[in-house]
Structures are given as structure tokens and as C-alpha cells.
Design a protein around this ligand. Structure first.
Ligand code: TXA
Ligand code: MG
Length: 362
């Protein structure tokens, strides 16, 4: 099962054609190649080759009922994959592609069952990254690509993260440095009316709403506890996700109360001999006492918070912390996706912080 994984460093803006051609030749012969997108690194296989897609699932140790997103280099390439592309799906592609928006459409019969895990729908997206687009074009086929991490781990935002999880399990990695968005694409179900966000991500709900007029938000996308499986529409939503090795607790509430609660929890865990990491923001970083304190960036810059989230979760693991106490951020804009990932990483261990009445009236 172990193989030599080829690492190819490429220029993110102007990828070297010889390296892209080599990677594309691997995709064409049914091998697995990890590549950067604007969101996270994906693990690519020829979407029309069921054997290659099966290898994808195995390399990631991903349950076979959870289909990958199929990546295209232009919107025309969606037509053969879908039974129909509605006018509003077309308008979304025009407006938001290339970019972090995945559309769920009715699938065509051309697509192998393996690629869609037997569903009658397909997830498609055109990534906004020159390396990804060059790879798809040179491969000459749509590229099925889930995030390039082991199932359950935080998604990879650099080639180093990919190697940490998948070295020896895949054929090659195109390394173009860290990704820009840092969380995955928004998954929007276009088979229902109004369209429904199944996974919040790099394209904000607010932006979709102002463009479409009406958009639903699947309850699981904003859940603060695990919901029963019948309610789960997107297969990936029911599986364990984004979890570092360390335990995670999220503290939610008004900021001063959150700071006090995080410190109280940190003190408690340290007293019990556990190595504690605090995931903070620039505004609060100085206020914490723990073994390691890291900042996601400013609370006013949720793009930076999103960009840093998965990397910092992995950094805490590498530093050997036992527990990560994470400060919640506002669940608006990109913060909605951040909070969705954080709550899942915590397995919905959420602590609500409230100021003692005395302090509130002071
Ligand atoms: O940003 C991203 O979306 C990254 C990069 C590599 O493009 N990809 C990614 O893929 O996150 P993955 O496979 O890790 O997540 C795809 C999500 C899963 O939650 C899966 O269940 C859902 O999309 N999905 C795939 N096909 C679906 C379908 N037909 N209906 C509903 N959900 C689907
Ligand atoms: Mg994933």
C-alpha cells in the first residue's frame, strides 16, 4: 500500500507546464494527485474512472457513502455531468465561478456511480486557483477531489498538511504554498427551491442571499448539537469532521464573559495536569494564561480567522496539547463557516459563558 509520493513545487500564479503535465498524466492513468485550490488542498482523481475514485476513498479512509466534489475548469464542462442546469444555476456559475461555491445538481448517467456514491445528484465546482485549473485542463477530464486529508482530520491548507496525512498513500502533491481562503467551499443544493446551503463555506450566506433573493440554511449548518441522522441531507455532514487529536471545547457568549470562562477552564484543566492550548483572536490574546496561546487574527477580519483555523488546529496537535479551548467568533459572513467547523471539531462540546450578574451591572 505504501508508495513514494512525488512532491512537485509549483508557482501558484504561473505553474510550470512540465510539472502540470506530469501530474495530469498521473490523473489520466488513474493515479491520485493532491493539488491546491483557493480553499483547501484537494485530492484529485479522474471523475470518470471508478477505480481511481475508489482509490481516493481508500487513501483518505473515507466512508464510501460520502461523495467527493467534481472539479471543472469551465462552466461548459458541467453540462455532460448534469441532467439539467437550471437558469439560476447558470447565473450562479457566471457570478461566483471560479470560486468557493459548490453546486448540487441532478447527475447525468455519464457519471460513474462510484463518483457520486450512488446518489442521483452531483457536487460540482470550478476552483479559483491557477494550479487547479491548469491541472484539470491538462488532465482533459473532470477531477473528483475531496479535501486531501485523512477522513475526520482538519482539511489541509498547505502541502505539508497533505504530506502529514497522506504521504505514502497517494502518488503526487502539487505544492504551491498555503491556500488563501482556508476553509472549504459553500455547498449549495440547487435541486430544491429555494436553494439550500448544506455546508457554509468560502462564499458567504449573505452574498448568496443578496444574489438569489431567497436561500435556505440547512439546520445542520448552524447546529449547536449533533442532529439526528434522518435530518442529514449531505452525506458528509453526518461523519466526524475537522477534529484534531486534542480535545476541543468552544466557549460562546459575550466577549468579556468568554475571556473569563476560557481562563477559568484553562486553569482547571492545567490543575488536572493537562497541556492546554487556547485558540484566541488578536483582541484577546494577551488576556489568556495557558500552555500555548495562538491567535486566529483580528475579530474584524474573519477572512484571516478562516484562513488560519485549520492550520492552528494542526499546530496545536504538533505541539502536543491535550485540550484546545477555542473562543467563538461571530457567526456571520465567513464566521458562519468558522463556527460550523469549530463546533464540529469540538464534537459539539460547547460551553456558554455568562458574566456573573454583579459584573454585568458594574
Ligand atoms: O473547498 C472545497 O470544497 C474542497 C476543495 C478541495 O475543493 N473540497 C471539499 O471536498 O471540501 P469534500 O469531499 O471534503 O467535501 C464535499 C462535501 C461533503 O460534505 C459531501 O458530503 C458533500 O460535499 N457532497 C458531495 N456530493 C454531494 C451530493 N451529491 N449531495 C449533497 N452533498 C454532497
Ligand atoms: Mg473534507
Amino acid at each position: 500500500m505504501m508508495k513514494k509520493t512525488l512532491v512537485l513545487k509549483v508557482d501558484p500564479q504561473r505553474p510550470e507546464l512540465d510539472k502540470i503535465r506530469l501530474a495530469a498524466s498521473l490523473i489520466r492513468k488513474g493515479d491520485l494527485v493532491a493539488f491546491p485550490t483557493e480553499t483547501v488542498y484537494g485530492l484529485g482523481a479522474d471523475a470518470f474512472n471508478p477505480k481511481a475514485v475508489l482509490k481516493l476513498f481508500k487513501a483518505k479512509r473515507r466512508p464510501l457513502d460520502n461523495p467527493p466534489i467534481v472539479h471543472v475548469a469551465d462552466s461548459e464542462s458541467v453540462w455532460p455531468l448534469a441532467k439539467e442546469v437550471s437558469p439560476s444555476a447558470q447565473r450562479l456559475m457566471e457570478q461566483f465561478w471560479p470560486g468557493p461555491l459548490t453546486l448540487i445538481l441532478k447527475r447525468s448517467e455519464l457519471v460513474p456511480d462510484m463518483t457520486v456514491a450512488g446518489l442521483d445528484t452531483i457536487a460540482v465546482r470550478m476552483p479559483k486557483h491557477n494550479v487547479a485549473l491548469a491541472l484539470i485542463r491538462e488532465s482533459g477530464c473532470p477531477v473528483a477531489a475531496p479535501s486531501a486529508n485523512l477522513a475526520g482530520k482538519p482539511s489541509p491548507t498547505s502541502a505539508e498538511h497533505v504530506s502529514a496525512d497522506l504521504d505514502g498513500r497517494i502518488d503526487a502533491v502539487l505544492d504551491a504554498g498555503p491556500t488563501v481562503v482556508g476553509i472549504e467551499s459553500t455547498v449549495l443544493d440547487m435541486t430544491v427551491d429555494p436553494p439550500e446551503v448544506l455546508r457554509p463555506g468560502g462564499t458567504t450566506y449573505e452574498l448568496l442571499e443578496s444574489f438569489l433573493g431567497e436561500v435556505k440554511l440547512n439546520p445542520i449548518a448552524v447546529a449547536d448539537k449533533s442532529l439526528s441522522l434522518e435530518k442529514v441531507k449531505s452525506p458528509g455532514l453526518k461523519h466526524k469532521h475537522y477534529a484534531p487529536d486534542a480535545d476541543v471545547v468552544v466557549v460562546e457568549g459575550r466577549l468579556p464573559a468568554v475571556v473569563a470562562k476560557v481562563n477559568a477552564l484553562a486553569r482547571n484543566y492545567r490543575f488536572r495536569g493537562r497541556k492546554v492550548g487556547v485558540l484566541s483572536t488578536d483582541e484577546t490574546k494577551q488576556e489568556y494564561t495557558a500552555d500555548i496561546v495562538k491567535s486566529l487574527g483580528s475579530r474584524d477580519d474573519l477572512a484571516s480567522v478562516a484562513r488560519n483555523l485549520f492550520r492552528l488546529l494542526r499546530d496545536f496537535d504538533n505541539a502536543g496539547v491535550d485540550i484546545i479551548i477555542a473562543e467563538a467568533v461571530p457567526a456571520e459572513g465567513l464566521g458562519l463557516a468558522v463556527m460550523n467547523r469549530l463546533r464540529k471539531a469540538a464534537g459539539y462540546k460547547i460551553v456558554r459563558a455568562e458574566l456573573p450578574a454583579r459584573t454585568q451591572t458594574e
